[in-house]
Design a protein around this ligand. Structure first.
Ligand SMILES: Cc1cc2nc3c(=O)[nH]c(=O)nc-3n(C[C@H](O)[C@H](O)[C@H](O)COP(=O)(O)OP(=O)(O)OC[C@H]3O[C@@H](n4cnc5c(N)ncnc54)[C@H](O)[C@@H]3O)c2cc1C
Length: 305
């Protein structure tokens, strides 16, 4: 959709679950709102999204498209499909946000641009990501309960992941992709639980269209699996929090108050870019709070004029 105005109350950068949810609160508050979205959510490879009430097992894009349709029923909300390139704080306290070939101004900004998952350089891994290589048992664990399952973890994550996933299946193998960095007593605890530990580097993930078949280790050993849990490294998908001087915490997440306010006046953030418990429900909740609180901020400013 073309952008029809120059000035907005709020520009939301990132129009997936968090951004759309913020827009819902703002549209219902009659705020001039522009959503800018590049259409690249982190869960795009997942066939079915789980654990979000009323939409359990629904395709991720279906959830988002219902969200877009409902949000765009509010006449003050506009949606631009494309990338936001730059943001500047103007002297009057407004923001200028640029998309290719034009810019808009807004009184407030919400950053809802999510995280980028960084795939390890193991052939086949990224093709299975979100399908049979999974990041979270709450999202996909039920579907692979009691199945032959691997955990790819190292260091501090080993005990946390083994303890967690042992709840969903007892048929577990731990892969550390190199010598396990683990205390002797923890190693013994894991072995006592019947979890095999395989420390060789992983050469390849063998799959058929994202459906995991087995892992091949450096010496050619094969281990057949139906699912592999892996927590991969992440980074902020957009540079806007840094551009504006928002505080970023030790986990690489934008620091906010309970309602999404950052340390920079007029800038809120919501969704995965702020929260370690990545889920559609959390993104929707935080976006909705940020939208409502920004509307209140605008009301408070205008009422005093
Ligand atoms: C593989 C996988 C499977 C998952 N499965 C589930 C599940 O089953 N159930 C569940 O509850 N959760 C699941 N999650 C978690 C869930 O997908 C996320 O918590 C949720 O998508 C976060 O929403 P968000 O709006 O914060 O970010 P995202 O959904 O990642 O969206 C961010 C949006 O910002 C846009 N954007 C970024 N930079 C720019 C820019 N410069 N300009 C314009 N737009 C930009 C992106 O294109 C994208 O559309 C899964 C996550 C992954 C990685």
């Amino acid at each position: 959709m073309m952008i029809q105005n120059m000035d907005f109350d709020v520009v939301i950068i990132g129009g997936s679950y968090a951004g759309l949810s913020a827009a819902m609160a703002l549209g219902r508050s009659r705020r001039g709102t522009l959503i800018i979205d590049a259409g690249d959510p982190c869960n795009k490879q997942t066939p079915h999204s789980h654990n979000f009430l009323t939409q359990d097992g629904v395709q991720p894009e279906v959830i988002a498209s219902i969200g877009r349709e409902q949000v765009l029923q509010y006449p003050t909300v506009q949606f631009y499909t494309g990338i936001a390139e730059e943001i500047k704080l103007l002297e009057n306290g407004w923001f200028e946000v640029s998309v290719p070939n034009r810019s808009v101004r807004s009184r407030k900004v919400i950053i809802a641009t999510g995280l980028r998952d960084i795939m390890p350089s193991i052939p086949g891994f990224s093709e299975c990501w979100g399908r049979t290589v999974i990041h979270c048992p709450y999202c996909h664990g039920y579907e692979v309960r009691d199945q032959k399952t691997g955990i790819l973890a190292q260091g501090d994550m080993i005990m946390e992941m083994v303890r967690l996933i042992d709840h969903w299946t007892k048929d577990l193998t731990l892969f550390t992709n190199g010598p396990a960095e683990i205390a002797d007593e923890d190693r013994q605890l894991i072995l006592n639980k019947g979890v095999a530990i395989m420390e060789q580097p992983i050469r390849e993930v063998i799959h058929k269209e994202g459906k995991l078949q087995h892992l091949v280790l450096e010496d050619g050993t094969k281990r057949s699996l139906l699912a592999l849990y892996a927590r991969v490294k992440t980074e902020q998908k957009s540079p806007f929090a840094t551009m504006l001087g928002c505080n970023i915490g030790p986990m690489g997440l934008i620091e906010t108050s309970m309602v999404g306010q950052t340390n920079v006046t007029g800038v809120y953030a919501a969704g995965d870019c702020t929260h370690p418990m990545r889920s559609v429900a959390t993104a929707v909740a935080s976006g909705n709070l940020a939208g409502a609180m920004l509307n209140k901020e605008l009301i408070d400013e205008d009422f005093m004029k």
